[in-house]
Design a protein around this ligand. Sequence first.
Ligand SMILES: Cc1cc2nc3c(=O)[nH]c(=O)nc-3n(C[C@H](O)[C@H](O)[C@H](O)COP(=O)(O)OP(=O)(O)OC[C@H]3O[C@@H](n4cnc5c(N)ncnc54)[C@H](O)[C@@H]3O)c2cc1C
Ligand SMILES: NC(=O)c1ccc[n+]([C@@H]2O[C@H](COP(=O)([O-])OP(=O)(O)OC[C@H]3O[C@@H](n4cnc5c(N)ncnc54)[C@H](O)[C@@H]3O)[C@@H](O)[C@H]2O)c1
Length: 454
Amino acid sequence: MDNYFDVIVIGAGPAGISTAKQLSQKGKSVLVVDNNVANNYVQKGSVLSNSVLYYSYLYDMFINRIINFIDIKEKDVKVHVKKLRKSIDTIKNKLSKTFINELVENNISLKSGVAKFLNESSILIDDEVYEFDYVVIATGSTPKSLKLGSKINYLTLENFLNLESIPENITIIGGGYVGVEIAVIFKRFGAQVTIVEKEDKLLRDFDDFIVKKFEDALKKGGVNILKKVVPEKIERVGSKIIIFLNNGEKIETNETFVAIGREPNLANLDLEKAGIRVKDGRIKLNNYLQTSNKKVFVVGDATGFNMFVNWSYKSSEIVVDNILGAKRNYKKVTIPKIIYADPEIASIGITEQEAKEQKMNYEVIKYSFADIEKSAILGFSKGVIKIIYNKDDSKIVGAHVLGKGASELINIFGLMIQLKVGVEKIKTCIFNNPLFASILTDLSEAIRGKCCDS
Ligand SMILES: Cc1cc2nc3c(=O)[nH]c(=O)nc-3n(C[C@H](O)[C@H](O)[C@H](O)COP(=O)(O)OP(=O)(O)OC[C@H]3O[C@@H](n4cnc5c(N)ncnc54)[C@H](O)[C@@H]3O)c2cc1C
Ligand SMILES: NC(=O)c1ccc[n+]([C@@H]2O[C@H](COP(=O)([O-])OP(=O)(O)OC[C@H]3O[C@@H](n4cnc5c(N)ncnc54)[C@H](O)[C@@H]3O)[C@@H](O)[C@H]2O)c1
């Protein structure tokens, strides 16, 4: 039958593509359907924001370092948003083509269209019926909207590169992953930035001590941070936007960017027709990432948690194994989390708050780094590493790094945690210089001073 596949994957983001490739390599017939293939669909969030972060970093370096030794005036340098958009489109085009080629090379069928369930064993793709043994839902996530009934066109990830120019000032609602990365982008591009955050700290996933240092660094760099407040009303007055906060204060701003979280993209899937149960906007899943319809699994952002590309890949691997008959439990996975801001934050394993809650017999090693060769060369100085280890067996259970190079350094700790290596092993290794990893040579001295005399 033409319209039968062993597995139909809905969504061609990193989670869907990875699932499809692995299944096809195991001999399954696979169809991938995506409603956005023609539109440069690839990894919208990660690729877009990391590309702009990189360009903003170059701009910042140019203004603050390079201009100091070449003969050009700062007033001659400005961001050309249209050209920036073009550069980013080129990156997205290239990656989209690469991913589509990978599907072709792996004999995977790709169909453009919107998929929805017809019943427990068939789906509709733009009015055509397809049958399957299994479906993998990889439909990603969408941003939550600010429900204030205002007619303002807020900036979002999807539209902020349509700006004509960098605004003089911008207010970002939400101080999570997107909020702080967008704050750094606009700050580097020269805007005045305010973050409005509902909770009493930014980046609630991260260790309190690290977040406090991060907030201090942002404030020192000129970012205005308002915590424990939410907007109640937003109005446009002439060319300005006025944000009325629930503490009675108001903010006058040129643009407002909304980043208050994301939710699984389950719209139009008609899940109930396939007997798939949903609670509070999330598909109900067992430990194997399987829905209440045993033929249907979920991967990536559509699971509603761990919304990172690394989870897209890890969840795909787990689901592929489970479709092939294994019983892999997704709860045994440790996910590194990174904020590509200025300074970077990277974290893996548990925070000190969590160690306390778990009543663990833990110890903390903190190491501040400044003026290592690599940092001095690149012009960044301060950073901090915080390691939490279990005193009962000396195994590292959490590592939190703030500073330039954090996003690379964390992978070393990630390996140690995942391979269950004792903290004392750091001092038995040799690291190269000048690299950010050289910090680990100094860290081993801190470890020697603190624990594990062997
Ligand atoms: C601003 C931002 C920055 C980020 N930065 C990072 C980062 O630095 N590192 C990191 O690890 N993660 C980052 N992320 C998260 C990362 O982008 C996501 O975790 C990842 O893209 C999720 O992949 P996915 O395959 O689950 O979903 P997606 O990439 O969203 O793909 C889902 C696909 O499904 C399609 N689809 C949806 N419904 C249907 C339907 N009914 N029929 C057919 N097709 C459908 C969509 O069009 C889409 O193409 C960032 C996210 C954002 C928003
Ligand atoms: N570097 C990365 O890996 C990266 C980067 C960007 C996004 N992401 C992924 O995308 C997801 C979504 O990011 P996000 O930043 O939109 O969500 P988030 O959940 O990380 O942060 C949302 C923030 O908005 C706050 N908030 C909610 N309602 C508010 C209101 N009315 N007023 C003020 N503040 C409010 C929340 O308290 C929270 O701090 C992340 O959880 C992450 O998984 C990852």
